[in-house]
Design a protein around this ligand. Structure first.
Ligand SMILES: [Zn+2]
Ligand SMILES: [Zn+2]
Ligand SMILES: [Zn+2]
Ligand SMILES: [Zn+2]
Length: 579
């Protein structure tokens, strides 16, 4: 509060105009040195929750947060409690105690056993760091899973395999960020989609393949930004069409014939069509942002939102800022990565959703309220600086207090943190348990090992996966899924990625899915497929640009960088083009 406090003194002493001037401020980021703006609404939010305004820019804040999360890199290691082999975000070389899912989420762990007394002679973060390193960490994070394997940061999955950051899904394989979906393989950021392959950013659709940005579409291939289309192939910006190929209308018979001739059951047929489609969309206009019903909002990939500022991937949410994955009822959240299911008033957190409110700086505090600087503390209230506490109240550094003692000590620590100028800052990067290259930050802010080390991040040198152990050769492999023998035993085979050379496996259910969908086994590894989808979404960043339609002067904030080749239109010009 120091900075705001000083401003308020000025208000009393000088004039109201001075107060207004002070409300919007350009600052220099103390990390990347670029300038950034803190506006009236930001200040209002900081004041409301009582924290100091940030010293680093929104991008550096996101980078620091993401460095604390490893969602997709899973290893095998032993549980430090029951000693059984388990799947874990932490590889065997990490020095921290790690407990398997059953032990960590069971009744075995009482985080209060690790509690320490706050020492006013030492910084909060130093004391928190020791606690963080001593309390067992959950190997993976998921809840209410049925017959599923390799899940992380998921809830309510049934018959799923390798699913991350998702909830309420069934029969899904290799997917990231999917909700309320069924029978998907290799999909991301989809909501209420069924029986689909390689789709991204799709809603309320069924039987789509290689499609992006579609709503309410059916039985189609290679669609981009279409609405309400059925049986279409290789189309962009279409509304309510049937039997269209490259945006041109055909009869059902012509459509069926053409589809058959493309041989999309073969690897070569798909590779050829991908090239043709990329060529076809080159000169077609794109909307400046993938947003639908976004009132007074800036960002990308938003549906049904209001007053969202610089939010990326958000739906059914309002009054949020500088956040990514803000969904299903999130309100008044700032600087959050993955916050939803009625989350309210949350600041600077990672993966903190499901009926949470009043959370400042933390991660995985599901179903918790009034938590500050807490990591992995589900179903708790009024805790400060805690780790691995379940279902508790009034704890500080994992030590139990009475309500009165808690309030007194909390106020004292906050005062001290404000004096040091750190109340509201995320945890210092030294406390991340991950290497830069295994944490979620790597996709969004890629760095080389040298760059990462120079900036003070750690690097994980443990090699994941194998090379050169493939049992199949692609040059001898059937081009069509139809030519794969019935008795092909996929469990025995090791494949190799044509992009990174790494070995990978295909599970039985996945092969059944490819056979059912009549599409070939992919020739790149799941991680390369994920990275391609991720990069196709564009950066979570905005540039101020002008509409490229001749004669239109409309301006907007867009994730298409000025040097991008796409033709970018404002909403009005785009709608004239597609409807
Ligand atoms: Zn910065
Ligand atoms: Zn265990
Ligand atoms: Zn690969
Ligand atoms: Zn325009």
């Amino acid at each position: 509060m120091r900075e705001i406090g000083q401003r308020l003194c000025i208000v009393k002493g000088v004039t109201i105009k001075r107060y207004i001037d002070m409300q919007k401020e350009n600052k220099q980021c103390q990390s990347c040195q670029k300038s950034f703006t803190i506006d009236e609404n930001d200040f209002g939010f900081y004041k409301k929750i009582g924290i100091l305004p940030p010293k680093i820019c929104p991008e550096c804040r996101a980078q620091l947060r993401l460095y604390f999360s490893n969602i997709r890199f899973l290893y095998k290691r032993k549980c430090d409690n029951c000693k059984k082999e388990t799947i874990s975000m932490f590889n065997a070389s990490k020095p921290y105690p790690v407990w398997c899912y059953e032990c960590w989420w069971g009744d075995n762990l009482d985080g209060r056993e690790y509690g320490v007394e706050y020492n006013p002679g030492e910084s909060f973060f130093e004391q928190f760091g020791r606690l963080w390193n001593s309390v067992p960490k959950p190997a993976i994070i998921h809840t209410r899973s049925v017959n599923s394997k390799y899940l992380n940061y998921t809830a309510d999955s049934k018959n799923c395999y390798m699913i991350t950051e998702s909830s309420n899904n069934e029969n899904c394989i290799n997917c990231h960020w999917i909700q309320l979906s069924k029978d998907l393989t290799d999909c991301a950021f989809t909501n209420k989609v069924e029986l689909s392959y390689e789709v991204d950013d799709c809603y309320d659709s069924n039987n789509l393949k290689w499609s992006k940005g579609c709503h309410s579409c059916l039985d189609s291939y290679f669609l981009l930004d279409c609405r309400g289309c059925t049986s279409c192939l290789g189309c962009i910006n279409l509304r309510g069409q049937k039997y269209s190929i490259f945006n041109k209308q055909y009869t059902k018979e012509e459509y069926d014939e053409k589809l058959k001739s493309l041989r999309l059951d073969t690897y070569s047929g798909i590779e050829n069509f991908k090239k043709e489609f990329a060529n076809f969309i080159k000169d077609k206009p794109r909307k400046f942002a993938e947003i639908t019903n976004a009132v007074n909002s800036t960002g990308n990939y938003m549906v049904n939102v209001r007053n969202n500022k610089q939010c990326f991937h958000s739906y059914d949410a309002e009054d949020n800022a500088y956040s990514v994955h803000v969904w299903r009822g999130a309100k008044d959240c700032m600087d959050c990565n993955t916050v939803g299911r009625s989350a309210e008033r949350v600041y600077n957190t990672l993966n903190t959703g499901i009926e949470v409110s009043n959370i400042i700086c933390g991660s995985v505090c599901w179903n918790s309220q009034f938590m500050e600087y807490c990591l992995n503390c589900p179903s708790s209230q009024h805790c400060f600086g805690c780790v691995g506490i379940h279902n508790k109240k009034y704890c500080i550094l994992n030590k139990q207090y009475t309500k009165e003692e808690y309030e007194e000590l909390r106020a004292k620590i906050i005062e001290q943190m404000k004096t040091e100028g750190v109340y509201g800052d995320f945890f210092p990067k030294e406390l991340s348990p991950f290497g830069y290259n295994e944490s979620s930050v790597m996709n969004e802010f890629p760095l080389t090992k040298e760059e990462a080390l120079k900036k003070g991040f750690k690097w994980e040198d443990t090699e994941r996966g194998t090379y050169g152990q493939e049992t199949i050769k692609w040059e001898n492999f059937p081009d069509s899924i139809k030519d794969l023998p019935e008795d092909f035993n996929v469990n025995k085979e090791v494949f190799f990625c044509v992009l990174c050379n790494k070995n990978y496996r295909v599970i039985e259910d996945e092969l059944s899915f490819y056979r059912k969908m009549n599409i070939p086994i992919p020739r790149s590894c799941p991680e390369c497929r994920y990275t391609i989808r991720f990069n196709n979404r564009g950066p979570n960043k905005l540039w101020h640009r002008k509409c490229m339609k001749e004669g239109c002067d409309n301006e907007f904030e867009t994730s298409y960088a000025p040097e991008r080749p796409e033709i970018i239109y404002c909403e009005r010009c785009y709608n004239q083009e597609v409807y």
